[in-house]
Design a protein around this ligand. Structure first.
Ligand code: UDP
Ligand code: MG
Length: 322
């Protein structure tokens, strides 16, 4: 059972870690830290690991300022913008808490929930999800596409994903398991589900973003969706054998029908239209199949190169500098 102040805590001196990817979040920082500090108040020792994901505004300078004032605020500075998932990985690899909370830096994941998360963790759950009870303040299209995507994804994927956001608490053994997964393309939500362990949920209302802007455009969400599907399902690859079987089956029946008709009725050679339809249809199916193969081969290519998921330019507050 996890308890504050147990032996491991002695070594690292850290019990609870917040891991927060930040990309152009300078406007929110002040409020973010004050609300986190208020929420973390009675919870014992903590660290806030902020990963600066190549921000173009003065996020880094301001983070370092906060780090100077409070060493519990630690800063990982990536060498460029790698994206939210790699930034998360960077934070997870450096944080040292026995419980680790992953959250957005834009206050859409309210820090006030942290005590509840910790409460559940103390009860013995390894993962505590925060499930969005309502997303009334996100656009209709975004809600709809996201709902459809997750429904589709969970049909397809080997491991269903339980919730939508990242906001969650994980125990040290879950974080270690996630860190140990070797793949370079890291769709974190699926990886978190993949490692398993006992989990609990708490519901919350996700507030709208008050300052700054969302970093995701629709094509990025589309790419994210492709990453998610190709990382956890091979159905798109395998289904073409069945489609092929179906098409050749129908073609065979159609051929039998044509032969019979010829024998019974004799006659002319109609069928230009049906020929065109068959050629175009099959051509289309073949191109789609090639495209699907391409998606996977592209990812295999990416994986085989084995490039690091992120590159850390500097780290502040983690003992021996860098
Ligand atoms: N983020 C990041 N790198 C990126 C994009 C986003 O570190 O390339 C961070 C961002 O600063 C925020 C979190 O990921 O803390 C979620 O991003 P955002 O609020 O833009 O996403 P949304 O809430 O709209 O899904
Ligand atoms: Mg947000």
């Amino acid at each position: 059972m996890h308890q504050w102040g147990e032996s491991e805590s002695g070594e690292s001196g850290v019990l609870l870690s917040l891991v927060v990817p930040m990309f152009d979040e300078a406007q929110v920082l002040g409020e973010f830290f004050s609300r986190c500090e208020a929420a973390l108040g009675g919870l014992g020792d903590y660290e806030i690991v902020c990963v600066n994901d190549g921000s173009r505004d003065d996020t880094l300078a301001r983070l370092l300022e906060y780090h100077g004032r409070d060493p519990r605020i630690k800063v990982v500075n990536l060498s460029r913008n790698f994206g939210q998932q790699p930034a998360l990985c960077a934070g997870l690899s450096l944080c040292r808490g026995q419980a680790v909370i992953v959250m957005d830096g834009d206050l859409q994941d309210p820090p006030e929930l942290i005590p509840q998360l910790v409460e559940k963790w103390r009860e013995g759950f390894d993962i505590v999800h925060c499930v969005r009870a309502g997303r009334s303040n996100e656009g209709f299209v975004k809600r709809l596409t996201s709902k459809l995507f997750w429904r589709f994804y969970n049909r397809l994927a080997d491991v269903p994903v339980q919730n939508l956001g990242y906001f969650r608490l994980m125990s040290r053994r879950v974080v270690n398991a996630v860190n140990a997964l070797p793949e370079k393309q890291r769709f974190m939500r699926s990886l978190f589900s993949y490692v398993g362990y006992p989990s609990a949920q708490i519901a919350y209302q996700r507030p709208a973003r008050e300052k700054g802007a969302t970093k995701y455009r629709y094509w990025q969400l589309w790419n994210l969706a492709l990453d998610a599907i190709t990382a956890f399902s091979t159905l798109p690859l395998r289904m073409w054998s069945y489609v092929g079987l179906l098409i050749s089956g129908s073609a065979f029946c159609y051929a039998a029908f044509l032969v019979l008709r010829k024998l019974l009725l004799g006659g002319d050679v109609p069928g230009y239209e049906s020929l065109m339809v068959a050629i175009l249809f099959l051509g289309g199916v073949q191109l789609i199949t090639l495209g699907v193969l391409g998606e996977y081969i592209g990812r295999v290519f990416h994986e085989v190169k084995g490039r690091p998921v992120f590159i850390i330019e500097s780290a502040h507050g983690f003992g021996e500098e860098d």
